[in-house]
Design a protein around this ligand. Structure first.
Ligand code: CP
Ligand code: NVA
Length: 310
């Protein structure tokens, strides 16, 4: 791998890209998806290697990055805390210096954002956030592409966030700021979004509601996530009590726009954050959303490694 660290583009938070880069990416994701659906071979990343580091569990992120890299002609190395020296206290900066001399791009799922950023600062190659405690940008990239596929531009629309002020909520807030939509947020007391973590100075793009049904009124998209994110399992019992009313049900969907969509990054817990008849109902696009992780991340890796195509 050639040095040239100043030219490296990482994807560590949603706000790392500008609106016009997202416009390019959303178009590109559509092209990459269409090729895949038509069984057209497209292998621009031959001889490129992706290292994936997972310090937390994953189904979708693992499969979509791994399958996506192979489909584009590259190869993949998979590491976890338990089977690497990350779990034996080798500094993340040293790990980054070594791995980035051997591969072309790295995806990391970890706990603190600061660990990901420490890795990226010492990496010679692009680093992608595959989920941290603070953000999940690859998921929101796929979610907004899914919205656009179904309903067109998200600009000027209302997205309702019902539930924990977590990594997904922070990332939705960054996306609202960059892409020009409004985020309605309803969280239980004590689980609010922290604007400092979200890092959004334009508070005009967010409206806070005490009651989740009020947040859903007039929304074009209603979305939620688990009550307890990975890494917070010790709080599970108290969260079950605090989040009891934050279950997206048919009454909340009825308060939204008649053609509102429902999204969930998955995995979901039916009967907790979402009622089964919502997630399995006609307004839910969760399976398209999950599939689009594949197409979105293929376009993302192509962009980070090759720049704009065409
Ligand atoms: N939505 C998501 O990131 O799923 P996994 O935890 O299965 O990767
Ligand atoms: N907020 C969840 C998302 C899982 C994809 C978590 O961090 O566990």
């Amino acid at each position: 791998m050639k040095p040239g660290m100043s030219l490296i583009k990482h994807y560590l938070q949603f706000k790392d890209f500008r609106a016009e880069e997202y416009a390019y990416l959303f178009e590109r994701i559509g092209i990459v998806k269409k090729r895949f659906k038509n069984y057209e071979k497209y292998t621009p990343l031959v001889d490129r290697t992706l290292a994936m580091i997972f310090e937390k569990a994953s189904t979708r992120t693992r499969v979509s990055f791994e399958a996506g890299m192979y489909q584009m002609g590259g190869s993949v190395v998979h590491l976890t805390t338990g089977d690497s020296h990350l779990g034996r206290a080798e500094p993340v900066e040293d790990t980054a210096k070594v791995i980035s001399r051997m591969v072309d791009i790295v995806m990391i799922r970890t706990y603190e954002q600061s660990k990901l950023e420490g890795f990226a600062a010492s990496s010679r190659v692009p680093v992608i956030n595959g989920l941290t405690n603070e953000y999940h940008p690859c998921q929101i990239l796929a979610d907004i592409f899914t919205y656009i596929e179904h309903r067109g531009s998200i600009q000027g629309k209302v997205v309702a966030w019902v539930g924990d002020g977590n990594n997904m909520a922070n990332t939705w807030l960054q996306a609202a700021d960059i892409l020009g939509f409004t985020l309605h947020v309803s969280t239980p007391t004590g689980y609010e979004i922290d604007p400092l973590v979200a890092g959004v100075s334009n508070t005009g793009c967010v409206k806070i509601f005490r009651h989740p049904l009020d947040a859903c009124r007039g929304a074009h998209l209603v979305t939620t996530d688990v009550w307890t994110s990975m890494g917070y399992e010790a709080q599970n019992a108290e969260r079950k009590v605090a989040f009891n009313d934050w279950c997206v049900d048919t009454a909340m969907m009825a308060a939204a726009q008649p053609d509102a969509l429902f999204m969930h990054c998955l995995p979901a817990h039916r009967g907790e954050e979402v009622a089964a008849d919502v997630i399995d109902g006609p307004q839910s696009v969760v399976w398209d959303e999950a599939e689009n992780r594949l197409h979105a991340q293929k376009a993302l890796m192509e962009y980070l490694l090759l720049g704009r195509i065409g």
